[in-house]
Design a protein around this ligand. Structure first.
Ligand code: C2E
Ligand code: CA
Ligand code: CA
Length: 892
């Protein structure tokens, strides 16, 4: 059990009050009168000190308020003490007006001012005005009462005229001020104040002092005499309350947080209650005593006026409040309306149709958007069971989905079903079913349905695009890989083989006839491969001129070779593209799945085999052999070595003479590069020139050959012409003409003694740029030769357009000479063509005397070939130049 320690202030006040009461009841009149005086003086003194002490601990307006309370109490104590001292010690009446009156009225003034200083929460102007009106209302009512009981009798005595009388009048007026201030204070405090408890005590003290003062004055006036200690009860009680208020505040103010706003009704009704009770009382009084005067009437009229004013104010305030409220309600309503319209619009305009279904799929709600999406007005669907009207295909799917979603609250299931549009089309719809059966605001399945038909179509199209080659409609690499993967998974199963096919000479077609012609050709090639393959085989285009065939159920390798043979034959037949007859061939590589670890390796093997077929001259097939891997590794090693070959001085030039067919004299040499490899021995340019071209090494190598050849030509000191081969890749760089000029300047070889040989590919790729370069080289005075003429597709138009001086008839034509008369005719045509274009003709690869004889008869200008001389090192070439050809006999 906890002992509640009573506060010392309260104990003191209670003990004091008891002692005071005891004295009043049991003491003699004289003694108790003095005692009462001293007691109230002492309490006022204590209250004043307590208030000031409290003020010292506070700040701001509260400090001023408590200071005023303290000074007021002290003011009273001084006045009352002086009077008691004078009366009891000197035994004489104090004539008024004097210091006691000043003390008393000073107390009234100071405490009233103190109450004004009490800080209140911020208020609106209207509130402040109302507070003033309320105070006026209370004061007027009190004035009326005071008039009846005190003031009017004072006037009746006629003592008001004297100075002492007017001071006597000040007392009731002071009481009115105190009570008014106290009541107003109480009304304000009800609205919440951190210091409510202590301030309420102060207000109560003022009430007690004011009321008891008035009662005392009335008693004295009407009865004539009362015991002097009676009013002291009021003072004593009042200042005890002030003391308690000051003490209480000191102990609790800081600890208490702001109390919540009190009930407004008290603040509003209290002034009315005062007015009402006063009015009722005055009417009763008037009725009993039957007299009233002008002041009495004035007071009542003033009261009525004030009440009306207050009423008006309240009315105004209410109207303003209503207006604010109305506008807020209007705004909120508008907001709500807008948001509802938005959600309605969302439901009806969304690409989704929203529906709410009962447990058995009966449509309870259906958004209007369904009409826009599927053509059906929402009304026609309401009440029907969705699983009945969705159609034979969609119905069961939806039923199953509803059952699945129904099993778990808030489950969400999405299905795709075909739904009939009202116009008859069948559309793919995506339905999302949400189980809100347990949600009290929905109580059903929510169904969001979207038309995803177009998206589906697009998806299918995209898949088709990804899996098919747009040009040939064959399978794409992706689809081929998928089929191959499937076929390879069936193990043990039928053997699977891949044919990898690359066209020979396709680039030339594309370059010379344009891409449209190239595409045309590819479509026809695709058709022929398709025809050559069997029904179950997958034919794919991997891009460019690369094709692949997946051969399933291969009994033996021979089967696949049969397919390859058919393809080679089919492609060997001429194609008609844009009215022209074209000849292409195909190089095919064959690889079987049993020889590969996986799909990737199988494709690599087929690719390797194809490369092999191509290297062998094209127009045929090669089966994969593990040794091909070594060849590949070999090639890569060769490329690596090639990068170092020039620095290591491993390149050498051999020279093959060009002979005048009429005289048999050596008129020039063609420089042919060889690679003196430390391990491999002499490597043919056929084996490393492609690698040099692929790696870009050819530019460096080309310049080295050119310089070397020119130097040799100068060294020979005979007016022989030096022919140097130039790769089409050397034209990729813009500075070929500059390089040639620089080498000529460096070596001192006259430009006319240099001949640059190039194949038709130079004329067919990047034609405009290459033409410009050729013109610049030609402008140097260098001779230009068209190498390997007849193997490419260069048209006569090209020949006319390009500044070529020499036509070199390819070895393949020369070798056919002497046999078929048609071949002989062809070579003759070429020789005639060259002559008609003003070009010299050189026949390459003459191995047999009859070939030489035939060319002589045709009037071909020059000749090259093993029959005359193989390409030989420089020293031998020098010898040849000096001694002449041993095969000169042929010319005899
Ligand atoms: P090409 O320009 O057509 O050179 C003629 C090729 O035919 C030479 O082969 C030569 O040895 C060979 N040949 C000459 N007479 C006969 C004959 O009667 N019968 C046979 N069967 N062949 C004969 P080589 O030296 O192996 O050169 C091959 C190709 O390498 C050349 O063909 C040329 O395109 C290229 N090449 C050689 N040297 C260079 C070079 O320095 N630069 C460039 N870019 N290419 C070069
Ligand atoms: Ca050549
Ligand atoms: Ca040639």
């Amino acid at each position: 059990m906890t002992l509640v320690r009573p506060q010392p202030g309260t104990t003191f006040a209670v003990v004091g009050a008891l002692a005071f009461a005891g004295c009043l009841i049991f003491g003699s009149a004289d003694f108790s009168g003095d005692l009462a005086n001293y007691a109230s003086t002492a309490v006022a003194l204590l209250a004043g000190v307590a208030c000031l002490a409290r003020a010292a601990r506070l700040a701001g307006r509260l400090r001023l308020a408590w200071g005023a309370f303290g000074l007021g109490s002290l003011s009273y104590a001084v006045g009352e003490g002086t009077r008691t001292w004078t009366e009891s010690i000197r035994g004489q009446e104090v004539p008024g007006p004097g210091l006691p009156d000043v003390g008393h009225l000073g107390m009234v003034l100071l405490i009233a001012v103190g109450l004004l200083f009490v800080p209140v929460p911020r208020q609106t102007i209207v509130n402040r005005v109302r507070n003033v009106i309320d105070a006026l209302m209370i004061a007027t009512s009190l004035l009326l009462i005071s008039w009846i009981f005190v003031i009017s009798p004072l006037f009746a005595q006629g003592s008001v005229a004297s100075p002492a009388g007017s001071v006597a009048l000040a007392y009731p007026v002071g009481d009115i001020i105190l009570v008014t201030a106290a009541l107003s204070m109480l009304a304000l405090l009800r609205r919440g104040h951190p210091d409510t408890a202590s301030l309420t005590l102060i207000a109560a003290a003022m009430l007690v002092i004011g009321v008891s003062g008035t009662i005392f004055a009335y008693a004295e006036l009407s009865v004539g005499f009362i015991a002097s200690e009676v009013p002291d009860i009021g003072w004593y009680l009042g200042f005890t309350l002030v003391f308690l208020g000051a003490r209480r505040g000191a102990q609790q103010t800081e600890a208490h947080p702001a109390e919540p706003a009190g009930s407004r009704p008290f603040a509003i009704l209290m002034p009315y209650a005062v007015v009402l009770s006063v009015l009722v009382f005055s009417i009763v009084w008037f009725a009993v005593h039957g007299h009233g005067d002008a002041f009495y009437s004035w007071c009542r009229s003033a009261l009525i006026l004030i009440i009306v004013a207050r009423q008006l104010l309240t009315l105004l305030e209410n109207r303003q409040l209503t207006a604010t409220l109305e506008s807020r309600v209007t705004t909120r309503t508008a907001e709500l309306l807008a948001s509802e319209q938005r959600s309605r619009a969302l439901v009806s305009q969304s690409s989704d149709s929203v529906a709410v279904l009962e447990g058995d799929s009966t449509i309870r709600f259906q958004s209007d958007s369904v009409e826009r999406i599927f053509g059906w007005p929402a009304q026609t669907l309401l009440g029907s069971r969705l699983i009945d009207i969705a159609g034979p295909q969609a119905g069961p799917v939806i039923a199953a989905a509803l059952e699945e979603a129904g099993a778990e609250p808030y489950a969400v299931i999405t299905v795709e079903v075909p739904l009939a549009h009202r116009d008859g089309r069948v559309r793919v719809a995506e339905m999302t079913i949400t189980n809100l059966l347990g949600d009290p605001s929905v109580g059903g399945f929510v169904l969001n349905t979207r038309d995803v038909h177009d998206a589906h179509e697009l998806q299918n199209q995209l898949v088709h695009e990804a899996y098919h080659d747009a040009l040939t409609q064959l399978a794409s690499r992706a689809l081929f890989a998928e089929h191959l993967d499937e076929a390879m998974r069936v193990r043990p199963g039928p053997e699977v083989a891949v044919l990898f096919l690359d066209l020979d000479g396709f680039k030339e077609v594309n370059d010379s006839l344009g891409h449209a012609a190239g595409d045309h050709l590819l479509v026809q090639v695709a058709g022929r491969i398709r025809e050559s393959a069997r029904d179950g085989d997958t034919v794919a285009r991997f891009g460019g001129d690369e094709f692949a065939v997946l051969v399933r159920s291969v009994v033996a390798r021979a089967d696949t070779e049969a397919v390859a043979r058919r393809i080679v034959a089919a492609i060997g037949r001429p194609f008609i593209v844009m009215g022209r007859e074209l000849h292409v061939s195909a190089s095919i590589g064959i690889a079987v799945a049993s020889e590969a670890a996986d799909l990737q390796q199988l494709l690599r093997n087929a690719d390797l085999a194809m490369y092999q077929a191509k290297t062998a001259g094209g127009g045929g097939w090669a089966g994969y052999h593990p040794r091909m891997h070594d060849l590949l590794v070999d090639r890569l090693a060769l490329e690596a070595d090639l990068r170092l070959a020039l620095d290591r001085d491993e390149m050498v030039l051999h020279y093959q003479p060009t002979v005048d067919l009429r005289t048999g004299e050596v008129v020039g040499f063609e420089a042919l590069v060889r690679w003196q490899h430390p391990v491999r021995g002499l490597v043919s340019p056929l084996d490393f020139i492609p690698a040099a071209e692929a790696t870009g090494m050819i530019v460096q190598l080309g310049r080295w050959v050119l310089t070397q050849a020119c130097r040799q030509a100068v060294a020979w000191a005979r007016p022989v012409r030096m022919a140097v081969n130039v790769s089409v890749r050397q034209f990729d760089r813009d500075d070929l003409a500059e390089t040639v000029a620089a080498v000529l300047a460096e070596t001192g070889l006259p430009a006319r003694r240099l001949c640059l040989e190039m194949t038709e590919s130079v004329l067919m790729t990047d034609t405009e740029e290459n033409l410009a370069q050729l013109r610049r080289i030609k402008a140097l005075g260098v001779t230009l030769a068209m190498d390997d003429f007849g193997t490419g597709y260069s048209s006569l138009a090209y020949l006319r357009r390009y500044p070529m001086d020499i036509l070199k008839i390819d070895r393949s034509f020369v070798q056919r000479l002497g046999g078929d008369s048609r071949d002989t005719a062809l070579v003759r045509t070429i020789v005639d063509l060259g002559r008609s274009l003003g070009m010299e003709t050189v026949a390459e690869g003459i191995e047999l005397p009859q070939q030489l004889a035939a060319l002589q008869t045709m009037g071909c200008d020059f000749a090259q070939g093993f029959l005359l001389s193989r390409p030989v090192p420089a020293t031998e070439a020098t010898h040849l130049l000096n001694a002449g050809l041993s095969s000169r006999l042929v010319f005899a």
